[in-house]
Design a protein around this ligand. Structure first.
Ligand SMILES: Nc1ncnc2c1ncn2[C@@H]1O[C@H](COP(=O)(O)OP(=O)(O)OP(=O)(O)O)[C@@H](O)[C@H]1O
Length: 310
């Protein structure tokens, strides 16, 4: 299990991570989703002891990462595959990790096999690896100590479609065996395919979190009039959740009949009214991110911003 509790990380005036709380549970893949600069890497750096937080706490299996005696045996980490030492061969990279963790030398060959790097590729220097090969090598290092928790920052970067499927199957298998997986991505399609739970972050704050299926089901109804802001306000006043999408339509948890009635009572002619089922996570992600970037948006009052446990 991974717990992030009221985590804040400031750089000068910027709150790169602003009071973020969520939990990643065993047996589940938790997708940490957000646009560039949202605060994902900063959160993962604090979680893995590379940065000290301004406030709050991040723990793996109940401990701070830096308090784990041999962290590689508990948590596998891949933060930046391109940062691996270019002068070492893949095999040397793995051998270093194997010795650091006090594991038998056979683990090097086992891990090369597991991630689909050949004997010849293992002998090549990392600087001659493609990004996809570096991701595979990074995964091999992360899995070396047979950990119960995996923390991965954008692991699909550089992988070809077959590699992406391989990664997805690997993470699924790891979680199905009882492991905890936290992976960050700005690729909605990637997260949607693999994550049981999603934590969405925008500008350092959680904008939504929960089971992937529930987040999708929560989209509800789409209603449009010529004044989206007034319509959203009327729906919110009537006790419904409502978010103005970038295209001006309002997404609400009211059913279509209630949404139509609220618009009628507010004197707003409805130009479109339909179930929003079938909207992909991408729409929702864009809505929530856009909403997060507007101060005092309806979404901020819609119960989607409480940073509840995933
Ligand atoms: N060491 C630092 N000093 C100052 N600002 C920083 C530092 N590290 C990160 N930031 C800023 O904090 C914010 C969050 O960055 P972070 O790298 O955590 O985002 P991210 O969600 O991982 O984005 P990406 O998908 O682009 O990797 C950004 O505005 C970034 O410029």
């Amino acid at each position: 299990m991974i717990r992030i509790d009221s985590l804040t990380q400031r750089y000068g005036d910027l709150a790169a991570v602003d009071d973020v709380s969520f939990t990643a549970f065993p047996g589940r893949v938790t997708g940490f989703l957000g646009p560039n600069g949202a605060g994902k890497s900063t959160t993962l750096r604090v979680l893995t002891g590379l940065a000290r937080p301004t406030a709050g706490r991040a723990t793996v299996l109940g401990h701070r990462y830096t308090d784990l005696p041999n962290p590689g045996l508990d948590v596998g980490v891949l933060l930046d595959a391109s940062a691996q030492h270019g002068g070492r061969t893949g095999r040397e990279t793995l051998a270093l990790a194997q010795r650091t963790m006090g594991l038998p030398a056979i683990r090097v060959d086992e891990m090369l096999d597991l991630v689909g790097l050949t004997w010849a590729e293992g002998k090549r220097r990392v600087r001659d690896y493609s990004l996809g090969m570096r991701q595979r090598l990074g995964i091999a290092t992360a899995l070396m100590g047979d950990p119960r928790v995996l923390v991965l920052d954008e692991p699909a970067n550089g992988l070809d479609p077959a590699g992406i499927r391989w990664m997805r199957d690997l993470l699924r298998g790891f979680a199905d065996d009882g492991g905890t997986v936290l992976l960050s991505s700005h690729l909605l399609s990637e997260i949607e395919m693999v994550a049981d739970d999603i934590v969405m972050i925008g500008r350092g704050r959680i904008v939504a979190s929960g089971a992937t299926a529930e987040l999708l089901a929560g989209v509800g109804t789409l209603v449009r009039s010529d004044d989206g802001a007034r319509l959203a306000a009327a729906l919110t006043t009537a006790g419904f959740q409502a978010t103005v999408r970038p295209d001006g339509a309002v997404a609400t948890d009211a059913d279509p009949a209630d949404a139509g009635l609220v618009a009628f009572r507010a004197g707003l002619p409805v130009t479109e009214l339909r179930s929003a089922d079938g909207h992909g996570l991408e729409d929702m992600f864009l809505e929530l991110t856009a909403a997060d970037q507007r101060e005092d948006s309806p979404a901020r009052h819609a119960g989607l911003t409480d940073g509840a446990s995933a």
